[in-house]
Design a protein around this ligand. Structure first.
Ligand SMILES: [Zn+2]
Ligand SMILES: [Zn+2]
Length: 345
């Protein structure tokens, strides 16, 4: 199939605080790249930070406006200029968010997730997927099996980080696990920790979110103040709030492991380093799950991870501004808002 030329619909952050529709050129062919027609694109807290200008890459000038957001997406390959063994036209795919340079010191040591010259799709250095088409390096695409719908596949991107978090912290059979936060990351972590044989307790401030966590495998749920301290082998911090991080440390048992996935934008007040040392608590900062796309897609295909219960609303691309508003103000329980580029959506 030939690489289409011309213009395409897109949704952009036109300036901090403003989401608009735009018409942009379809990305040009580039060796080693594929052009993908986007089916669905999720919006998340990271996109809200872009919109509000609070993200580190907005503050340090790496983001230029108008900015095409969208890093949680699925689509269908329409043309590819590269690896004949890679994704072919017609293949349904998701794309990796982190595009590693492959040549810096960390990439050379096989630690692409710690690349020193990273670009992140839809965040900085690479146009995002809130558009009819996205151009991606062919080796940054992962093919979807028929069991995984394009809608559910938008959850692959957040889920790879959860797979990395639980793998790094090491959830074993019978482990007591607390998940702090009932957003997308938290609810995926509850599911995966329960399937890994852990006794999972969910901790959060949103009653509807806690109810959903219980339906997805949490044995008990708590408001943060009510959860038992010094009680959990593994704690997953998925709230992204500074207070959530403090809660996670408090809940970890002596010798426990904390996987910090949420990114607080403020320092943690009352952080007691001495307590951390004396109780031998290990904290892992989980940057991303770049190497877990294959595993995550398989978990979705097998039904070990469920995407559907997390989806709050699916809106057409034209309603992008409303999607951001809904993400910020209008939802309880199911956290995920998805934009659809499919006709008639
Ligand atoms: Zn995201
Ligand atoms: Zn690198």
């Amino acid at each position: 199939m030939t690489w289409p030329r011309g213009r395409m619909r897109a949704a952009v952050v036109a300036a901090p605080g403003r989401v608009e529709l735009a018409e942009l050129p379809i990305p040009e062919p580039l060796p080693g790249h594929a052009l993908v027609r986007v089916d669905h694109v999720g919006v998340c807290g990271t996109d809200l930070e872009l919109l509000h200008g609070t993200a580190a890459y907005v503050r340090d000038g790496r983001v230029r406006f108008p900015h095409v957001f969208g890093h949680e997406w699925s689509g269908t390959v329409v043309a590819a200029e590269g690896d004949p063994d890679g994704p072919a036209p017609g293949d349904r795919v998701v794309g990796q968010t982190m595009l590693a340079c492959r040549s810096c010191a960390n990439c050379q040591r096989g630690r692409r997730n710690l690349c020193l010259r990273l670009r992140e799709v839809g965040l900085y250095g690479q146009q995002g997927a809130a558009a009819e088409y996205i151009r991606m390096p062919v080796d940054s695409l992962a093919t979807l099996p028929p069991e995984v719908t394009s809608l559910d596949a938008t959850l692959v991107e957040p889920a790879v980080t959860v797979v990395a978090a639980l793998g790094t912290a090491g959830v074993g059979v019978g482990d007591r696990v607390a998940v702090v936060g009932t957003g997308t990351i938290g609810l995926l972590a509850v599911q995966l920790a329960a399937r890994s044989g852990g006794h999972v307790h969910a901790v959060g401030v949103d009653p509807a979110g806690l109810e959903l966590a219980a339906a997805l495998g949490a044995e008990t749920t708590y408001q943060p103040g009510a959860a038992p301290p010094d009680a959990y082998d593994v704690v997953v911090e998925a709230s992204g709030a500074a207070a959530g991080f403090a809660t996670a440390l408090r809940l970890a048992a002596t010798g426990g492991r904390v996987a910090a996935v949420g990114v607080p934008t403020e320092p943690v007040t009352g952080f007691d380093a001495g307590d951390l040392v004396l109780r031998g608590v290990t904290v892992y900062g989980i940057r991303h799950g770049l190497d877990h796309y294959g595993t995550t897609i398989r978990l979705l295909a097998e039904g070990a991870l469920e995407a559907k219960p997390l989806i709050h609303a699916v809106l057409p691309l034209e309603r992008a501004a409303e999607a951001f508003h809904l993400l910020e103000h209008g939802r309880n329980g199911a956290p995920k808002i998805i934009l659809s580029l499919r006709e008639g959506a």
